[in-house]
Design a protein around this ligand. Structure first.
Ligand SMILES: [Zn+2]
Length: 138
């Protein structure tokens, strides 16, 4: 299960709409406790895949390290990744599956005509994505 602060969710949605028709991406900063990931902030990272921005995203190690530093300042960790699917459903692609890690939450937002139409969160369990419940707070 994923709990996400309203302000973080609003930031992610705004970012996904702003970057349409390209994929947007970033990291989820929060805490993992008793099987629940709680997200307090979203850390935007540039999409480092300039050739295929419309259907790929890539986070550079240097941005990951920056995000981790930021998280530590607030006593948090990186607990997941978010990215958008312009004009595609909020389901993970084969490409997403190949790059996913167990222990992270993956929020995918479907953006149609510049507006977020839906989003879901996924976690990788034994090599397969499973949808997880998303609750907002704050
Ligand atoms: Zn994707």
């Amino acid at each position: 299960m994923l709990r996400i602060k309203n302000s973080a969710l609003r930031k992610i949605i705004a970012q996904a709409e702003r970057d349409y028709p390209y994929e947007t991406c970033g990291l989820l900063l929060g805490k993992f406790e008793e099987g629940v990931r709680t997200v307090f902030g979203a850390y935007e990272t540039p999409n480092a895949n300039p050739e295929r921005k419309h259907d790929r995203y890539e986070i550079e190690p240097k941005d990951y390290i920056q995000a981790e530093k930021k998280a530590k300042e607030f006593g948090l960790d990186i607990v997941g990744v978010y990215h958008s699917h312009p004009d595609h459903p909020d389901r993970p692609s084969q490409f997403d599956l190949e790059r996913a890690f167990e222990g992270f939450s993956y929020i995918i937002l479907s953006v149609g005509k510049g507006k977020v139409v839906s989003y879901k969160s996924w976690e990788l369990i034994e090599g397969e994505f499973r949808q997880e419940e998303v609750l907002t707070f704050g």
